[in-house]
Design a protein around this ligand. Structure first.
Ligand code: ASP
Length: 438
């Protein structure tokens, strides 16, 4: 059995966290691949190593000394080394990097060192072999991960060394240059490693005991989600529930590998298990819905014209939105009207141009713009093909005086998304939670 354990920044923030990681890794010999983020925040006033490195680069670019920041990076790493009694000469390695810094230093190369140094310390502490991501996470010339080459490289590293630590977040381009992923990218490295070796499970260790059914800033003490499918997670993540880097899902999902979100500070908690499908027959899912998430600040643009050819006008309208890079989230269609929902921020000042273009193309009787709309998604695999679900949902909202502006149901019926006014956003989530999960 092989388990890939990825530890996020807060899990490797300092020596105390390193100790927790070691206890977790030592507790199960199947945890043969460890992927580490860069040391994160130890407390509220602290900084992530990655942020400090980005800041360093900005200083150099503008010709401002970054000595103070560099000193705090060095101190942080040497501190972990000393507290854990390790022998790695991390001070000299950091100094060598710092002495080479100049205006031409690539930002990717510099910020990748957060993961690089943290993982080197972790490898020594765990007694695992350090395998540089530059040697096993390989990008193609198009800037995308070359999965085949990456999988082969990770597989042979594991075969050669048996227990390895790979730094997350970066890899190498065919030109030999380091390339970093987008923020939070260590999740992707973990997923690639799990897919490469056909791991039995991909454990993503963080500082929360899994995904909650709703945002705890809105709902008091929301219940944790024990099991969720990849499809449900994608719906929730798209609607604002942030847990994992979205690109980390595909590699494991494709291979049918389950992903377990775990809490480094509470390893006794089982966390959230993300799977391809759930065997409902076994009564594994006790709740009707899996989670509720939402996003604020959408705009609805309603176009009305008597006897219009809706299909043709809709096509023109979509082309206009596309031209102004405003993604259409929802479409409501009537006989003589249609409404498009888009993110207010994405539309920006283009809203006037969009209206002008629309007036030219569609020649409508009326165009109406309403800002300040929130979308709230209720997600649950059990909802599909269950008569009466939307009725219950609308009834709950209606009884609480919440007006629904738009309604959309995913084609697979695992989500129902309603558009409400921003002022009703939090209340809508609370009402739905109480109705279906409380
Ligand atoms: N250290 C990087 C970040 O802060 C990548 C990661 O932690 O996954 O975004």
């Amino acid at each position: 059995m092989i388990k890939v354990a990825k530890f996020g920044g807060s899990s490797v923030a300092g020596a105390e966290q390193f100790k927790k990681v070691k206890a977790i890794v030592d507790a199960d010999p199947a945890r043969r691949i460890v992927v580490s983020s860069a040391a994160g925040k130890r407390d509220g006033g602290d900084h992530k190593l990655t942020d400090l490195l980005y800041l360093c680069h900005a200083h150099i670019t503008y010709g401002v000394s970054c000595d103070d920041i560099a000193a705090s990076i060095r101190e942080r790493l040497v501190g972990i080394r000393d507290e854990l009694g390790l022998t790695l000469d991390i001070g000299s390695e950091v100094d060598a990097m710092l002495s080479k810094l100049n205006r031409d230093t690539s930002v990717d190369e510099l910020v990748s060192r957060g993961e690089y140094f943290t993982s080197k310390l972790m490898a020594e502490y765990l007694g695992y072999r350090f395998v540089d991501a530059a040697d096993c996470v390989l990008f193609g010339l198009d800037g995308q991960i070359d999965r085949e080459k990456t999988y082969a490289a990770i597989r042979s590293a594991l075969e050669a060394y048996d227990r390895i630590v790979i730094p997350g977040f970066y890899g190498k381009l065919p030109t030999g240059k380091i390339k970093v992923m987008t923020r939070g990218g260590s999740d992707i490295t973990g997923a690639l490693a799990a897919a490469a070796v056909d791991a039995d499970i991909y454990e993503n260790w963080t500082d929360v005991s899994g995904i909650l059914m709703a945002d705890p800033r809105i709902v008091e003490n929301p219940a944790p989600i024990a099991k969720i499918t990849y499809a449900e997670l994608q719906e929730l993540a798209f609607m604002g529930a942030s847990v994992l880097h979205e690109d980390s899902i595909a590699p494991v999902k494709e291979k049918g590998i389950a992903l377990n979100i775990r809490n480094t500070n509470r390893p006794e908690d089982e966390g959230t298990l993300i799977v391809d499908s759930v065997d409902e027959e076994n009564g594994e899912q006790e709740r009707f819905i899996t989670g509720i998430a939402g996003r604020r600040n959408f705009t609805i643009l309603t176009v009305k014209k008597h006897n219009m050819n809706t299909t043709n006008s809709l096509r023109q309208a979509l082309e206009i939105f596309d031209r102004y890079h405003a993604p259409v989230e929802h479409i409501t269609l009537g006989l003589d009207s249609f409404a498009l929902v888009t993110s207010t921020a994405a539309l920006g000042d283009s809203v006037y141009d969009v209206i002008a273009d629309m007036q030219k193309a569609v020649r409508p009787d009326d165009i109406h713009v309403q800002e300040g709309i929130s979308l709230v998604a209720t997600v649950g695999r059990k909802m599909s093909f269950q008569p009466g679900t939307s009725g219950r949902l609308f009834h709950a909202l209606g009884r609480n005086g919440i007006n629904i502006r738009t309604i959309a149901q995913g084609a697979d019926e695992i989500s129902i998304i309603v558009g409400v006014e921003n002022k009703d956003f939090e209340n809508a989530i609370r009402v739905l939670y109480d109705r279906f999960a409380g």
